[in-house]
Ligand binder design. Structure first.
Ligand SMILES: [Zn+2]
Length: 348
């Protein structure tokens, strides 16, 4: 992995920018881990813009499907309109099709983008990669200019995108690996959702079998751990959704240390039950369109999953769950609720 870091240093030397790097906090891990809730709360810091699942901004078809959390469609939201326009100026491209192709090439998790990343280690790396980094930097520069914020928080979750951002000259990337109990993730993925643009569900979501979800959870967490190991010099942390819900002030402090931000005022507001503004998160799950949000301890899986489903998930993912500190028999919901701050209880 040293070669990849060398590659970034070489690229930065060749393309030295007088301006300070743009600070990016990237949330990675498995889907349905609570990243949209986290991103929404982090976005409430005055120096921060939370952008949600930014990858969808560069998918041509998503303009018809996705809304911004401000309630506007992508092409109607003032922020995303000016980001797209500025991006076109910076890259000299009127269409995002090429960026969509490059992002697919280098960050497609399904096939690990293996041939592409392998070629990067060769003496003459793929010229597409340099172009991809340039366009990625342009995205962040456009967001920084459009919002005037000094820290950008993205929660696309894909760990390969975290790797790509970490190699992009001009970005100062901090990594947050978000973990939620695999059984909660599996339960969430078992629920079907009907398409509803207003509700933030861009297409029908079919239920996923439990063994597929366990494999997906293991894979995404494994990749996230690998990315953290690849860039040990970058500030990073691993947080757990369950801790965030029960003691948000501690988790926010931890993220604040990684991001270089003081989150104590936001934690106080959250603990007092104040609503959190949804900001301009792009894509992500349906929570973002629900207006002000409060945290809730979602342990429904403990009652809803059958014993057989719980056993199967533990059989497949138990070794990793144990490593992350999860118990095979979690505390009953009532105890967790009592331990949580009153103002945060099951508000949703
Ligand atoms: Zn918006």
């Amino acid at each position: 992995m040293a070669e990849l870091t060398d590659l970034k240093i070489a690229a930065e030397t060749a393309d030295a920018r007088p301006d300070a790097p743009i600070r990016v906090v990237y949330v990675m891990g498995a889907g349905r881990s609570g990243s949209t809730v986290l991103d929404t709360i982090l976005n409430n810091h005055e120096d921060v813009i939370g952008v949600g699942e930014l990858v969808h901004l560069f998918i041509e078809g998503s303009a018809q499907k996705e809304n911004c959390s401000c309630g506007d469609a992508r092409d109607a939201c003032e922020i995303w309109k000016s980001v797209r326009e500025r991006w076109s100026e910076l890259t000299g491209r009127s269409s995002i099709t090429e960026h969509e192709r490059l992002m697919t090439k280098f960050t497609r998790v399904q096939r690990l983008a293996i041939p592409e990343w392998h070629r990067l280690r060769a003496a003459n790396p793929d010229p597409d990669f340099a172009e991809c980094l340039k366009q990625t930097h342009a995205t962040y520069q456009a967001i920084a200019e459009a919002t005037g914020k000094r820290v950008i928080i993205e929660s696309s979750k894909n760990p390969l995108r975290a790797k790509l951002l970490s190699l992009t000259p001009g970005l100062d990337v901090r990594l947050v690996h978000l973990v939620r109990d695999a059984r909660g993730v599996a339960w969430s993925r078992m629920k079907p959702f009907a398409k509803s643009k207003e509700g933030g569900v861009p297409q029908d979501i079919k239920p996923k079998p439990i063994h597929i979800s366990a494999g997906y959870w293991l894979f995404m967490n494994f990749l996230s751990e690998q990315v953290r190991k690849t860039f040990p010099e970058q500030p990073s942390t691993r947080i757990h959704y369950e801790d965030f819900v029960s003691t948000p002030e501690r988790t926010l402090k931890e993220i604040g240390e990684v991001a270089g931000l003081d989150y104590s005022a936001i934690a106080d507001r959250l603990l007092s039950g104040a609503p959190m503004a949804p900001g301009h998160l792009y894509a992500g799950n349906r929570v973002r369109t629900a207006g002000p949000i409060k945290l809730r301890s979602d342990m429904a899986w403990a009652e809803k999953l059958t014993s057989k489903q719980k056993r199967l998930t533990w059989l497949l993912a138990g070794h990793k769950l144990r490593q992350y500190g999860y118990d095979r028999q979690p505390a009953p919901q009532s105890q967790i609720e009592t331990a949580s701050n009153d103002s945060l209880r099951n508000a949703a």
